[in-house]
Write a protein that binds this ligand. Sequence first.
Ligand code: ADP
Ligand code: MG
Length: 262
Amino acid sequence: MALSQDTRPEADHAPERRLDRPIIEISGLNKWFGDFHVLKDIDLTVGTGERIVVCGPSGSGKSTLIRCINRLEVHQEGTITVDGIELNDDLKNIEDIRKEVGMVFQHFNLFPHLTVLENCTLAPVWVRKIPKKQAEETAHKYLERVRIPEQANKYPGQLSGGQQQRVAIARSLCMQPKIMLFDEPTSALDPEMISEVLDVMIDLAESGMTMLVVTHEMEFARKVADRIVFMDFGQIVEVQPPDGFFNNPKSDRTKLFLSQIL
Ligand code: ADP
Ligand code: MG
């Protein structure tokens, strides 16, 4: 994989890869579900074009953390700033941030009654007010990029899980986000379909997209991540580039986790 700092094969909308320029800044983040303290004193700064893999045991707060970044979850303490906009109760800020942040879930969340093409054009037309014809052209471009141009007129139910997840990625990209969040995008897939989704994500990483990916796919993490964030019990326990993370983990909790999944 040829990764360079500045060249992007598809420089459509992702800003230039500049890891020294923060695009997400999380500081002193705390969140509770009722009495349950789910995120504890989280500090994390993500550079422009940086690729972060978040891993950790089930229930450690990974999903909650990335869901806070586009306000699918509300935090109670600390600050989250995305591309210079602070996430708070200001609805305009939330709306602006959601336009910049795409999200892909474990269970694709496609609209079953719409075709693949319609899934991809719905938000661009209704939210971004892009003319339908132009939205369709963009959709075809991204369906090509996720390697399923021939599926445009099918319904999600007619596709395999791997194809549906690639539609979900294309649909997000059609909104021209600056940041993509992935929450265990391959966990619901049959093993033979995992690589077709990961390959698309690797392409996206190479295009310069800022990505936060919750995954247990450690080969992907090794190959793609600039840094790996390990969480346990609502805390960030360790942040390291892949080499250090896998070969020289600092914390005993990380060592235990790695011994269980590798
Ligand atoms: P992970 O993604 O690492 O498995 P989550 O962020 O989904 O962890 O969940 C962290 C903890 O918060 C878990 O104990 C989970 O049960 C709890 N939790 C998640 N969502 C809610 C919610 N909406 N209400 C109450 N507890 C929740
Ligand atoms: Mg989760």
